[in-house]
Design a protein around this ligand. Structure first.
Ligand SMILES: NC(=O)C1=CN([C@@H]2O[C@H](COP(=O)(O)OP(=O)(O)OC[C@H]3O[C@@H](n4cnc5c(N)ncnc54)[C@H](OP(=O)(O)O)[C@@H]3O)[C@@H](O)[C@H]2O)C=CC1
Ligand SMILES: O=C(O)[C@@H]1CCC=N1
Length: 259
């Protein structure tokens, strides 16, 4: 039996999950309930999902996904906790541990999991980490429709938040930098954008399909004494590996100290 799913907080991430679920045919959910303080967030979903109060959502949904900002998770969970017996509670919040959630009045008969998705879930191309529990299969059925699912111990959740949760933003920055760099050289912006987007998709798909080490795929592009070697030299000289390592470390530390 398909579960009824409710999402509390239909902003950037909750909205992406809702859209991803609604796009999937056949639908992985029996019914989708949505609740948000901001009515504007609910408008795009009025035809396909049921906007309800959080109180009603918790009564009707088998799986309750909390997708509000990390500092608001405590308030939301404390409010809905008494109604969670027999339900599955999913928190997508960065930096909010299962231990903390357990202290907010959630009944013992409620399975609590953390999920770290990313916004490409909106188009079924997300990366979704889920803490292992008794309801792995049920959650895999729901989240597989949003992208690639991995079950991951909670001790790695700050790592995965820094990497794939935040990851799309790093890639968009790289894309923007490449487009602007090409425009600086004189390439028309629309051509630069198309070239960058397809290069990212092509390189990403090669990584996925060939399963090769990135270095091997890179070497195939680098003609000795050629253009790529000249470009890569500049990136290495300016410390691109260290920059990404620092970027991940800062994001990881921030996840640890968010709430
Ligand atoms: N954005 C991302 O890429 C990712 C986000 N996350 C996690 O997802 C969570 C949400 O982030 P994000 O979507 O960016 O945030 P948003 O602010 O875009 O979305 C949160 C939504 O929840 C609403 N809200 C606030 N309080 C309540 C409440 N009591 N009841 C119902 N709705 C409420 C907000 O309304 P209002 O604006 O009026 O306050 C807002 O519309 C965070 O915990 C974040 O860590 C995880 C992975 C990726
Ligand atoms: O920036 C954030 O804190 C959230 C968590 C991962 C992506 N966005």
């Amino acid at each position: 039996m398909k579960p009824a799913v409710g999402i509390i907080g239909v902003g950037q991430m909750g909205g992406a999950i809702a859209r991803g679920l609604l796009k999937q045919q056949p639908s992985p959910v029996k019914k989708l309930y949505l609740s948000d303080k901001n009515q504007e967030c609910l408008k795009p979903f009025l035809e396909q999902a049921e906007p309800v109060t959080s109180e009603l959502l918790v009564k009707e949904a088998d799986v309750v996904i909390v997708a509000v900002k990390p500092h608001l998770v405590e308030e939301v969970i404390k409010e809905i906790a008494p109604e969670l017996t027999g339900k599955i509670l999913v928190s997508v919040a960065a930096g909010v541990s299962l231990k903390k959630i357990a202290g907010w009045g959630v009944p013992a008969e409620c399975e609590v999991v953390r999920v770290m998705p990313n916004t490409p879930a909106l188009i079924g191309q997300g990366f979704i980490a889920i803490t292992p529990s008794k309801v792995d299969e049920l959650l895999a059925n729901i989240f597989n429709s949003l992208g690639e699912v991995v079950f991951l111990e909670e001790k790695y959740f700050d790592h995965i938040t820094a990497l794939s949760g935040s990851g799309p933003a790093y890639i968009y920055l790289v894309a923007e930098a490449l487009i602007d760099g090409a425009v600086r050289l004189g390439l028309p912006r629309d051509v630069a954008r198309k070239a960058v987007v397809q290069t990212l998709i092509g390189a990403g798909t090669m990584l996925k399909e060939t399963q090769e080490h990135p270095g091997i795929l890179r070497d195939a592009v680098v003609t000795p004494g050629g253009t790529t070697a000249a470009g890569l030299y500049q990136l290495e000289k300016q410390g691109i590996r260290g920059m990404f390592a620092d970027c991940l470390e800062k994001a990881y530390e921030r996840a640890k100290n968010l709430t």
